[in-house]
Design a protein around this ligand. Structure first.
Ligand code: PEP
Ligand code: MN
Length: 373
């Protein structure tokens, strides 16, 4: 059970102490307090753990400072959607809103290779009104002999250029806890000219120790990719690891499932799960069409498969699109064959806009049918 307290409840008030005193006397129940300090207000939630079945919602509702009582009936205690659960389905980071009702495109380099390519990419993003991007510095590679990413060496110029071109959020994969520290330090040195969304890749979805460490910090939001060979439930529980440690700024990423049934695509596109994740949890949902499809094939209609599946995800309500672009894909050190060209960026963005508009029309249509019921 979760007690959502009135906004800005302070822990040093007699009412709050009275509440905790009352809860401490409940047999077989332990409590965990979580406070999230936002720009406008501080929100506190008290988690009741143990045998809460015997507790009556009405009794809890009447306790001091309590605004809302949520009985947790399903999995994913913190990030899940529960009955009569009015907790938010969005968060803000560095001036950008991420929610189940918004859409952000993160077009960029799979892996940072040269300063020139980073600059060309960011310039194109700015010219096309974009404030988010993807830039890989730490790359998990199948072969130990493949390029592993420039690591912390590239962070200063990536962050400086982001500041120069007005990029507010960079999705950047980390594979080890030390990378969080390196990113923090480099951001600080470049005057916090941009923000970072830490990405945990599909190979680390169930790296529980990494999840716990990343969950304990609240400086950066997290994009958790679905594990490519585990169930959706297992991946959602992995997201819950981040939240249970304190970080609820989590976006869930669909990136396709590994099976040769997907041939000729790199992975089996799983964007049918966009509405499922939105129904089961309060997380915004990201789709990664590049790592799902993995190649630049196009169909007779002249539309790349990557764009077709992007549209499929967006028309189903996706909230974020992570997509590989590169100024010279032939020279990319990682995943060149799936990169889109910079000149295709306006085409891609317009296609996304059309799909989003169609999604909004579908929602409005569904609303009209609901009213008729
Ligand atoms: C990536 O986004 O660069 C990446 C490696 O993705 P995934 O973890 O989905 O393979
Ligand atoms: Mn890649």
């Amino acid at each position: 059970m979760i007690l959502v307290l009135t906004p800005d409840t302070r822990p040093d008030t007699p009412e709050f102490k009275q509440l905790l005193g009352h809860l401490a006397n409940l047999p077989g129940i332990s409590t965990r307090v979580h406070t999230e300090v936002g720009i406008e207000q501080a929100l506190t939630e008290v988690y009741l753990i143990g045998n809460t079945k015997a507790l009556l919602i009405e009794d809890m509702q009447n306790l001091p400072c309590v605004e809302q009582v949520v009985r947790i009936s399903e999995e994913y205690r913190v990030l899940g959607r529960h009955k009569d659960d009015h907790r938010p389905t969005h968060f803000d980071y560095n001036g950008v809103r991420f929610g189940q009702d918004t859409l952000n495109v993160f077009a960029g380099l799979c892996a940072v290779d040269t300063l020139e390519h980073v600059e060309l990419m960011m310039q194109a993003l700015r010219d096309n009104g974009q404030v988010c991007t993807r830039m890989g510095a730490y790359k998990p590679r199948t072969s130990p002999y493949s390029f592993q990413g420039h690591g912390k060496a590239c962070l200063p110029y990536v962050f400086e250029l982001a500041g120069k071109y007005g990029i507010k959020v960079i999705a950047m994969e980390i594979t080890h806890e030390s990378h969080v520290e390196e990113i923090c330090e480099a951001l600080y040195r470049t005057g916090n000219s941009t923000g970072v969304m830490l990405q945990i890749g599909t190979r680390n979805t169930q790296n529980f120790e990494l999840l716990k460490i990343v969950g304990r910090q609240q400086d950066f939001p997290v994009l958790l990719k679905r594990g490519f060979g585990i169930t959706l439930d297992e991946s959602l529980n992995a997201a819950e690891y981040l939240a249970s440690e304190g970080n609820r700024k989590v976006v869930f990423g669909l990136r396709g499932m590994k099976t040769n049934m997907a041939d000729p695509h790199r992975n089996f596109v799983d964007f049918a799960h966009v509405p499922v994740v939105k129904r089961l949890t309060r997380m915004p949902v990201c789709i990664d069409p590049s790592h799902s499809v993995g190649l630049r094939a196009s169909s007779p209609d002249g539309i790349l498969d990557i764009m077709h599946v992007t549209a499929q995800g967006v028309i189903a309500g996706a909230n974020m699109v992570l997509v590989d672009f590169h100024p010279v894909p032939g020279k990319a050190l990682v995943d060149g064959p799936q990169a889109m060209l910079i000149r295709e960026l306006p085409f891609f963005l317009e296609d996304v806009r059309i799909a989003r508009e169609a999604y909004e029309q579908r929602v409005a249509l569904a609303g009209r049918y609901r009213e008729d019921e």
